[in-house]
Design a protein around this ligand. Sequence first.
Ligand SMILES: [Zn+2]
Length: 354
Amino acid sequence: MKRVTLLIATMLLSLSAISAQEVKNIIYLIGDGMGLSSVSMMMVENGYEATIFDKANNVALQKTYSADNRVTDSAASGTALATGHKTNNTFIGCTPDGKAVESLLDVAKAEGKATGVVVTTYLQHATPAAFYAHTESRHNYEIITEQLAGSSLDVAIGGGMEFFRRVYGDNIQNTIEKQGFSLAKELTDITQHNGDSRLLALLADWEVGSNQGTYLADATREALRILEHRGGDEGFVLMVEGSLIDGMGHANDAKAQQIEMQGFMGAIEVAVAYAAEHEDTLVVVTADHETGGLSIVSADANFNLSEQGVEYRWTTGGHSGAMIPIYLYGKKSEAINGIVENTDIASTLMELIR
Ligand SMILES: [Zn+2]
């Protein structure tokens, strides 16, 4: 009897060890301002051929409202997606009463994983900042810059050199190296980086820029290479943001948004290909909110007739409160299901790696 009990206990122990190891790597891709209409626009533009979104193993929907507004900004929604807490618009990485809360990347670090962020905008922008910073205003760029320099990130790739200049003057390289980062200023510096040290890549004064072709896909591939090296057996968590989809929504510019969507979809392709080769990897693709109130309407007033073309129409220069799709690929892609709060995503991802 004792031997049977011991055997069962051993089996249970090894089972729990297996489940703790189930998701080794998470690649979390956020299209800033990417609503379901942005995805639908790419489907229409692609002639209904399958896009990377069609290849998801599972989909869900999330509610984006913030603690103080039914229409969220990128700070509150970034905080929800990063930490699992609803907060007020403009708040970064803290609750409405100003209490700092840990992010998915903090949890990953505590579990021994390597962590990274890759963006097309400046690294101090609201969405990436929510993953490493804590401040009551997204506009506290100097504070956010100091928190980035002092962060435990293994890889950070994006723009934002100008804020470093304002805070550290001519001492940028020194300051960053003292914190244990190597500084990269060009994508080629990243390609040559062997991953033995942490890497901060400041590729532009402000945004890396729109219309950058394969930049986001290339940066994602390099980040994965470095994180795989640094994370070793413990794995990694990487956040990738298609940052400028939002700006093209604010500008109500469908053609420009399609270019940003293409760049973001290239990064998703890289992530999904990685997960196909590394079975213990989960890929989650979502957005922080919808921008522009985009809709796809019939160009012909009488839509009962055969089609005369479609038009992309915008209803606001701001954000909207529409629900946002979540696409999941790879390991544990069933973990997020149905209609959820934006905060449920980070909470679930934290559970999967704890
Ligand atoms: Zn916006």
